[in-house]
Write a protein that binds this ligand. Sequence first.
Ligand code: FMN
Length: 183
Amino acid sequence: MTTITGIAGSLRAGSYNAALLRAAAHLMPAGGRLDIAGIQGIPLYDGDVEAKQGAPAAVTALKERIVAGDGLLLVTPEYNHSIPGVLKNAIDWLSRPPSDSPRVFGGRPVAIIGASTGGFGTVLAQEAWLPVIRALGMRPWFGARLMVSNAAKAFDERGELIDERVREQLGQFMRGFAEFAGS
Ligand SMILES: Cc1cc2nc3c(=O)[nH]c(=O)nc-3n(C[C@H](O)[C@H](O)[C@H](O)COP(=O)(O)O)c2cc1C
């Protein structure tokens, strides 16, 4: 059984990226499962808090879900042509302390997808993640790309993925990434 840990980088209840992650979970191939994790409850990184109290409970719990999986799927929004701060903040917490980062991220298969209401579907945010996953020593899967543009049309009001072309692409993406992460 190959387990992918998925994290959507938005706190919005109606997040298109969270909806995309749920759709990805439904499209996992046989023999694979997607654990839908999240960044809710993770405070802003503060080195003083870390020094005095260590990592917050929400960070420790998310770390262990990543470690329990075979690969990490980042489902990223795009803010001002780059990484959304809330997701970067979560990754920054997860990379602490440096001595624990290799256990969490080192050599771990990772893939990036995303949805935006704009016309370019997070292409710039996905590019902006590359130096971060390199810094963390992760093993990126570049076998396919998935960018959901005009997200308000791709999902219905309940957050169901209704764009059949995207559904097809997402299924192929998850098959490819699950195979990579499981090998
Ligand atoms: C601060 C901010 C900046 C944004 N910048 C971009 C952008 O550069 N490109 C884009 O396509 N959409 C941009 N958007 C629109 C997002 O794609 C849209 O809010 C999307 O719904 C966010 O993802 P979510 O639905 O998962 O929360 C921006 C939104 C916010 C709040």
